[in-house]
Design a protein around this ligand. Structure first.
Ligand SMILES: [Fe+2]
Length: 282
């Protein structure tokens, strides 16, 4: 009797999931099994390596809590988060980029123009622009959910000296689609390396630095939401961002404020957002 081959085993496992009623779940699980098995065959994965992998994933899960999402970070450094963004990009819409591990739902609603942080968080910066649809028409009641680190690279959730929801805020446009808010100019920061993802970066001698950015989720009724960043064009890490998040269209100059700009800011950033219409299934 011949020994079972890898291909026979793979087929048998896929078949075992073959009566999954939901067709999409069936497609996903079958492709997952085929790719996982192909990985083990291609690398001739040893039992010790298999166990080390499981222990790594276990540690990744154990590092997660309501404020720390190590699995998102793992997906980010593997480029999977960016790949999912690219695969799902909508024509004509602002390019999306990674959500990252520091998003917190429930940021306070703020008045247009308001500062989302404190003077000590960094150089005061005005960010302004408009939200339009892909035809260029202004979008009324578009919501911008904004969050970022301070000029030392820390989010409120990492830094006990910052009040909750510091450098976070939600803005809603009027019929002209315009928005503006004040914030601190953000700095580069290293992604958290005190967990399993840090071990991975050290073992592979990879950079842990993220290019400086402001996070924004732009959403509006009838439109596909975009999770994206505004990157600082002067930043030295644009070409080596640890999570592969940088896209040229999201890189904007932080222009020194001059005559004609509000007197209370040091930098001005112009950034427009474009939203695609909602599609079936959204
Ligand atoms: Fe970030």
């Amino acid at each position: 009797m011949n020994a079972m081959t890898p291909a026979q085993l793979t087929d048998r496992v896929v078949e075992a999931f073959g009566s999954t009623p939901d067709p999409r779940l069936r497609e996903l699980i079958s492709a997952l099994i085929r790719h996982l098995h192909a990985f083990a065959v291609e690398t001739r994965l040893t039992p010790e390596e298999w166990l080390a992998g499981l222990q790594f994933l276990t540690a990744t899960g154990q590092k997660c809590d309501e404020r720390r999402q190590e699995f998102v970070l793992l997906s980010d450094v593997l480029g999977l988060s960016s790949l999912v963004d690219i695969v799902n990009a909508a024509d004509g819409a602002t390019e999306s980029t990674v959500l990252g591990p520091f998003y917190v739902a429930g940021a306070p609603a703020r008045a247009m123009g308001e500062h989302i942080g404190r003077p000590e968080d960094g150089s005061p910066t005005l960010v302004r622009g408009s939200v339009t649809d892909v035809a260029g028409q202004p979008v009324d009641k578009a919501t911008l959910d904004v969050w970022q680190s301070d000029d030392k690279g820390f989010y409120d959730t990492q830094d006990p000296s910052q009040p909750a929801f510091n450098l976070r805020g939600v803005f809603v446009t009027g019929p002209d689609g315009r928005f503006e808010f004040r914030t601190a100019r953000p700095s580069s920061y290293p992604i958290p390396t005190d967990g399993p993802v840090g071990d991975l970066l050290r073992a592979t001698e990879r950079s842990r630095w993220r290019a400086a950015h402001i996070h924004v989720i732009v959403s509006a009724p009838g439109h596909r939401a975009v999770t994206t960043h505004i990157f600082d064009a002067d930043n030295p890490y644009l070409d080596s961002d640890a999570v592969f998040g940088v896209k040229d269209s999201l890189v904007k100059p932080f222009r020194p404020a001059g005559p004609g700009d509000p007197g209370d800011v040091s930098y001005v950033v112009d950034m427009d957002f474009s939203l695609a219409p909602e599609t079936a299934g959204d």
